[in-house]
Design a protein around this ligand. Structure first.
Ligand code: MG
Length: 334
């Protein structure tokens, strides 16, 4: 049975360039796919690789789309290489293969705070809006300075608040130990990616830190390649898994393993547009495990606000997911 396959590549300016460890990121590039079945039903998906994150790329995905041609069948996924995780994800979404029943009626959302002292001002604003889970970027300034700010930031937030510290792999083991020691008697939900993920030694370091300190550690940059989640589950990782569903080529399989293991999962944005975000959020709402506050407090994100997902609020409700006019966005990138 022939399905009609189409794709459109897009390049969309962020409202403000995104700061990354590799410099400034100004434009979100990706691909929308559209699959129409013989009965006329249509599904959409988004392939939005993160530059320098894994071996996936927009260019390779576009080449794969061209080679698929305009007619595909139900076995189309078997023709997309596993290293193109975001394209596999997009096609699975367009085929409707990632749709499961919703199990959460609402999920909390973490508020993003800027690095450094700017968080002192932003934190109370977000707290007034109702947020109680906050994520603070650390590893940007000198460790001594940032550690000295920690108690002031906690003091600026309502009691009962929880703080996530995201180091993006910036620390060495010694600095990570200082932070984890300091976090132990403070309202820190977890410390995210304290050390870089670039070596076999990093695995031992992370497992060692997780065993030595009571504050949980979350893996983010350690979960880049297909199979990373499975390896960490097999290693008995006791901390959190930051999962960006849009980047996972076999997303249902991976989420299924995490659920069976009883893992603690933080569903997070990969700065995709509303097309991919809607699919990712739907997966979060249908995941049967205990879901932590969502890492989807990222919007407004794009210069053209039509491509934004739901504006960050302290909670997302299941009934609000699916409000995106996906077809309009497909038409907008033609
Ligand atoms: Mg992170």
């Amino acid at each position: 049975m022939d399905f009609r396959f189409e794709f459109r590549r897009y390049s969309l300016a962020f409202k403000h360039p995104v700061r990354t460890s590799r410099g400034s990121w100004a434009n979100r590039e990706g691909i929308y796919v559209r699959i129409e079945r013989p009965n006329g039903s249509v599904g959409f998906g988004e392939a939005a690789p993160v530059p320098f994150f894994g071996s996936d790329s927009v260019q390779l995905s576009e080449e794969a789309c061209i080679s698929l041609g305009s007619k595909v069948d139900e076995e189309v996924l078997s023709r997309v290489p596993s290293k193109l995780g975001t394209l596999r994800n997009a096609i699975a979404n367009a085929l409707g293969e990632t749709r499961d029943e919703t199990v959460h009626s609402s999920l909390g959302v973490a508020a993003l705070l800027p690095a450094g002292r700017a968080a002192f001002k932003e934190g109370p604003i977000k707290a007034d809006a109702g947020f109680r889970i906050f994520k603070w970027k650390v590893g940007v300034g000198a460790p001594d300075d940032e550690q000295a700010m920690l108690d002031d930031l906690i003091g600026a937030l309502p009691s009962g608040s929880k703080l996530r510290l995201d180091a993006n792999g910036a620390w060495d083991r010694r600095v990570a130990e200082q932070w984890l020691g300091r976090a132990a008697d403070r309202p820190i939900e977890f410390v995210e990616q304290p050390v870089a993920a670039n070596s076999r030694a990093a695995v031992d370091t992370l497992l060692g830190l997780a065993g030595d300190f009571p504050v949980p550690i979350a893996l983010d940059e350690s979960l880049v390649e297909e199979g990373d989640v499975t390896q960490w589950l097999d290693a008995g990782w006791p901390g959190y898994f930051v999962i960006k569903p849009s980047l996972l080529g076999d997303v249902r399989l991976t989420l299924g393993k995490l659920a069976v293991a009883g893992a603690r999962v933080v569903f997070s944005s990969s700065l995709e547009t509303a097309v991919g975000a809607e699919a990712a959020l739907r997966l979060a709402f249908s995941w049967p495990g205990k879901a932590s506050a969502l890492g989807f407090g990222v919007w407004p994100l794009f210069a053209d606000s039509r491509f934004d997902g739901p504006a960050a609020t302290p909670f997302f409700r299941a009934q609000d997911i699916g409000a995106t006019d996906v077809e309009a966005l497909w038409n907008a990138v033609s």
